[in-house]
Write a protein that binds this ligand. Sequence first.
Ligand SMILES: [Zn+2]
Length: 277
Amino acid sequence: MLVTLNDVLKDAQRNHYGVGLFNTINLEMARGVIEAAEELDSPVIIGTAESLTKFTPLKELSWLLRPMAEEASVPVVLHFDHGLTEPKIIEALKLGFSSIMYDCSTFPYEENVERVARMTEFAHMFGATVEGELGHVGANDNPDADVDMYTTPQEAADYAARTGIDALAVAIGTAHGEYREKPVLDLERLAEIRAAVDVPLVLHGGSGLSDEDFRNCIKGGICKVNIYTDINLAAAHAVAAYYNESRKMDRLIPEMVAAVKAATIEKMMIFGSQGKA
Ligand SMILES: [Zn+2]
C-alpha cells in the first residue's frame, strides 16, 4: 500500500530501527526492492533522485513505481530523493509521489530555510511528506568540489521548527557514491542532533558503510537510510556475471531482480525493519 514517511518513520523512531530508501532506475531494480520488502514483511521507501532522471524520465518511472507501491502487500513510500529544482519536485507531486526531498543544502542557511518552508507548505497540500537537508553530504567522486559540511545541533532545531519538515537529512561524515577510504562517522554529533530535534533523522551516503556503522547510526537516532550505489552495483554485477552464460535480456532480467532483491534484504536485516510492516 502507498503511504508517506510519517506512516513508517514515526514507528521506526519509537522502536529504534531503520527504514531503507532504495533508489531505482528501472523495473528490475524496483521489482527487486519490492519483492525484498514483501518477503521480509518490511516497510520500504522506494524512489528515484532528480539526478537519476537523466537515465530514466521521472514520468515513465512513476508509471512503474506508483502502481507497484499501491499493490504491494507492505507499506511503501514513493519518495522523490534529492529534488533540486522546484518544477521537478512539483512534477513528482503531480505524478503521485507521496514524499519528496527538497535539497537546498548548498544554499546559505536562511535561503535553505525559506525555500524548504515554502515547498513544505505546498507539498503538505498534496498530502505528501517532506525531507530537508541541513549541512551538506558531499560526493566521493568529487571530494574537492563537493565538500562535507557537518550539521550543527542548534541549527538543526531551528531548521526543523521553521521549515515544518517531516524528516531531516544530516551530515555526520558520510558521502555519496563509492568510498575510497573508510568514512569516519561523528556519532557524538548525531546524539546531539537527536537530542535537539523531534523529526526523524536521515542518513545519506549509506552505500559502503559497515554493518556496525549502520547499527551505531540507527542506535543513535537515524531512522531512514538511503541506498542507491549498493543495489546499482548488485544489478550491474549480475549482468556481468551471467552475460557469458546467457547473452539474452530475458535470461539476464531475473538475475538482475534476484541480485537487487538479495542486496536489499541484506540491508533491511541490518536496519532491523524485517517484520515491521
Ligand atoms: Zn543523498
